[in-house]
Ligand binder design. Structure first.
Ligand code: GLU
Length: 461
């Protein structure tokens, strides 16, 4: 694959990240057969592209391209979210689907990788119009999915409301009530903790990093945490950080960022969650909601949090891909960041990853190192609880909040340990006074799991 002027830049970026982790390790020297997997795994098993057309509230016809990239089913039914956003195209969905293969392998559950979506901006549209869009999208998608074939879920632009409309449409088109989507409502097959799972899981993974790096001496308590985004992932990450005694110094949306020296409160996060369903911007929310009036919240138009958040101990990017540039990564390191864990998929640019990884690998001691982990490990809590939702649907039972949360925490820690083990087993690094690379660890551990399944089933030979 050529790296100059790629036709699919986001996909190429995700592919290059994995390849560089693998080649910058001893894996191919120790086990050359794994090299054969790369050209095969990089091609999706199937890509479906279809027309979605609906009548908007003005009575006009609108049309947008819909997609499902069924990337890899060696480890289980295709699994991954649906993104409804104007930026959606095949490069973005291929990058997300490719990441999803490896992320899902790290959950320890049996799930393949996929991603889908629609190039549409839902902002400002009525519930009725959103229902018509979901219905039209599912009219075609329903032919290609099923509880044992492909199980979509939400992603940016697709939350509980959209999953409801999509599920209703599937039921009707296929005459089948089955666990074909995850993130369902609690009284029709959904799992407790699924809405919280990505944000909570991110914090559990980060807690495991803090534990390991400080030998159990430190926690989130008293730490300044810069979070970006204000959607589902950011909201529940913020709430868990607050619960654990951390200070959430920022949140953001596509238009700007808010900052609080004393820490954004749980009430404020709840107000944001409520208003975001109605597509309000953070600027509007801060101006309109009474929970903000007493408080000294600073809003910066057009800003991302990273260079404006003051001293930062932990950064949790939870907005979208490439949301930390190389310069912003440098600013975070200068601001004192010690832990960076992605809630978003591919939140850091390759330049930013280089900055974080250099600040880790060249550190003279663990306390002076910066420790970065990519989303395919740290944000897998969402799809992990999706997997648990599928398990509950198959058993036709619902587990308690405690059971799901315990399983989520346990499996996030297992994933962290798998990343450490793979990084140590295949490391080429000579600096032993620093921490192992979690980027490489995540890419190696997941690649081996997927590759082994593909060899066993004759997908690679
Ligand atoms: N969209 C989420 C992700 O990026 C969740 C996918 C799922 O639950 O299937 O992992």
């Amino acid at each position: 694959m050529s790296s100059s002027q790629p036709i699919e830049p986001e996909f190429q970026q995700a592919y290059d990240e994995i390849v560089s982790s693998l080649t910058d390790s001893t894996l191919f020297e120790k086990q050359p057969k794994y090299k054969k997997v790369l050209p095969v795994v990089s091609v999706p098993e199937r890509v479906i592209q279809f027309r979605v057309t609906w009548e908007n509230d003005k009575g006009e016809q609108e049309v947008a391209p819909g997609f499902r990239v069924q990337y890899n089913s060696a480890k289980g039914p295709y699994k991954g979210g649906l993104r409804f956003h104007p930026s959606v195209n095949l490069s973005i969905l291929k990058f997300l689907g490719f990441e999803q293969i490896f992320k899902n392998a790290l959950t320890g559950l049996d799930m393949g990788g996929a991603k889908g979506g629609l190039a549409v901006d839902l902002k400002g549209r009525s519930d009725n119009e959103i229902r018509r869009i979901c219905n039209s999208f599912m009219r075609e998608l329903s032919r290609h999915i099923g509880q044992d074939t492909d199980v979509p879920a939400g992603d940016i632009g697709v939350g509980g409301r959209e999953i409801g409309y999509l599920f209703g449409a599937y039921r009707s088109y296929r005459n089948s009530w089955e666990g074909v989507l995850t993130g369902k409502g609690l009284n029709w097959g959904g799992s407790l903790i699924r809405p919280e799972a990505t944000g909570y899981g991110l914090v559990y993974y980060t807690q495991a990093m803090i534990d390991y790096a400080t030998k159990g001496k430190e926690s989130f308590a008293g730490k300044r945490v810069a979070i970006s985004g204000s959607g589902n992932v950011a909201q529940y990450a913020a709430l868990k950080v607050i619960e654990l005694g951390g200070i959430v110094v920022s949140l953001s949306d596509s238009k700007g960022a808010i900052f609080s020296e004393t820490g954004i409160t749980a009430d404020q996060v709840t107000a944001i969650a409520e208003a975001k369903i109605n597509f309000k911007s953070l600027q509007q929310i801060v101006a309109e909601y009474s929970v903000f009036t007493e408080d000294k919240i600073k809003y910066i138009d057009g800003a991302r949090p990273w260079v404006h958040a003051g001293k930062v101990d932990i950064a949790l990017p939870c907005a979208t891909q490439n949301e930390i540039s190389g310069d912003e990564a440098k600013a975070l390191v200068a601001a004192g960041v010690k832990f960076v864990a992605e809630g978003s998929n591919m939140g850091s640019t390759p330049e930013a990853i280089r900055v974080f990884e250099t600040a880790r690998s060249t550190a003279s001691s663990v306390p002076s190192a910066v420790w970065y982990v990519g989303g395919k490990a740290s944000n897998l809590g969402g799809v992990l609880v999706s997997g648990l939702e599928m398990a509950q649907n198959s058993q036709r039972v619902s587990w308690t909040r405690e059971t799901v949360d315990k399983e989520l925490k346990k499996r996030m820690i297992n994933c962290f340990n798998d990343c450490i083990e793979a990084a140590e087993t295949y490391s080429k690094e000579s600096n032993t006074s620093t921490l192992p690379s979690l980027v490489k660890g995540a890419n190696l551990a997941s690649f081996i799991k997927v590759a082994d399944a593909m060899f066993d089933q004759g997908d690679v030979f």
